[in-house]
Design a protein around this ligand. Sequence first.
Ligand code: FMN
Length: 354
Amino acid sequence: MNGADEVVNPPTAPLFLLAPMDGMSRASFRSICFDYGADGATTEMIQSLALGRAKKRMSDTFEEVLVRYPNERSLAAQLIGSVPDMMAESARRLTALRRFDAIDINMGCPARKVVGSGNGSALLKTPELAMRVMEAVRSATDLPVRLKLRLGWDEAHITAPELIRYAEALGFESVTLHGRTRAQMYGGAVNVGAIRAVAESVNIPVYANGGVTCAADALDFLRDTGAAGVAIGRAALKQPWIFDDIKRLRRGEQPPERLAPERVALLLKQAALACGHRPEKVAICEMRKFSGWLLPGLTGADEVLRRLNGVTTLEGYRRLMGDFLETLNRTNDVCVHPELLPRQSLDTVAYRTN
Ligand SMILES: Cc1cc2nc3c(=O)[nH]c(=O)nc-3n(C[C@H](O)[C@H](O)[C@H](O)COP(=O)(O)O)c2cc1C
C-alpha cells in the first residue's frame, strides 16, 4: 500500500451486536446469529462468585457456558457480581482461557434475586462500589473490558453517565447502554435522548440497546441515538436473520421473506450444535422455545409444536422437522401466514424477573 492509499482514521462502521440473554444466547444460538452477520456477541452472564470460587479449574457447567464456535468473530464473556476480588479472580480465569475478545461487566440485570444480592442493576444504586468492581476487573486482565448497564436504578438515580465517564477514564473498550431504568424492568419507553446525550459526551463507543423489534427499527435507533451501534436482544430470538436484514436495508435492498425451508434449516443447525455441548435431551427440550419463535405462522405449526413436546432426541427432532417441511414443500405452502401469527410482541419472550 503506498502512502496515498493509506486510510487515516478509517470511519468505524456501526456494529450490530447480539445482546447477552441468560438461557438464550448460548453458543449454538449465537452461532446462528453470526451466520446472519451479527458483528459481535456476549455470552450469557457468568456468576463471578461461582466462577471465582470454583475448585476445579473450570467446572463442567462453566465449560458449557464458555463454548465458542469458530464463526463467532467477536465474543465477550460477561461477568456479574459485586465483590471486587471475586470479579477480579473470575476475570483472571476467563483471561487464562484465551478464548474471548473482551470481558463485559453486567450492571443491567433487574431480576429480584440478582439485585437482592447487590448485583446487576443494583450496582447503579451504589456507584462507588460499581467503580471498585470496574477497577478490579480492569486491573485483573489484559483483555479489553466493556460495561453493560441501564440508565440508572430509577428516574431519581440516573447514574449511567457518571459510570460511563469512569469507564472511559479506566480505558474501557466500550459500553452498551439499555435506555431504561431498573424500575422500568423490560417495559416502558426507551429513553433515546438519554442514550444520545451519553454517546455524545464520551469518546468510547456507546452501543444503544432496548426495544428494537425489527431491522428498520434498529436503523432508526442508530440514527436517533447517534450511537456506535445497536445491541439487539429479544428481537433476534424471533428473527435471528435481523442482522442480515439490517445489512440489506443499509445497502438499499429489501430483506427477503424468510420461508419455511430457511427457518427449519437454521433450527436443525442450532439443534445439532447444541447437542454437541449439552446433554441431548436438555438441548432438544430447549429447542422447543426456539422452534416456538420461528415456526408460528406456518401452516400446521401448532400441531408440530405440540408434538415437539414429546421429542427428546436429535434424531426425533430431525424427523419431525423433516416431515413438517416435506408437507409444506409438497403443498407449496412455505410462506408465513400473518393471520396465523399470534400477536407478536417483545413482551411475549419469557424472562425471569424474580
Ligand atoms: C431472557 C433474557 C435474558 C437476559 N440476560 C441478560 C444477561 O445475561 N446479561 C445482560 O447483560 N443482559 C441480559 N438481558 C438483557 C438484554 O441483554 C437486553 O439488555 C434487554 O433485553 C433489552 O434489549 P432488547 O429490547 O433488544 O431485548 C436479558 C434479557 C432477556 C429478555
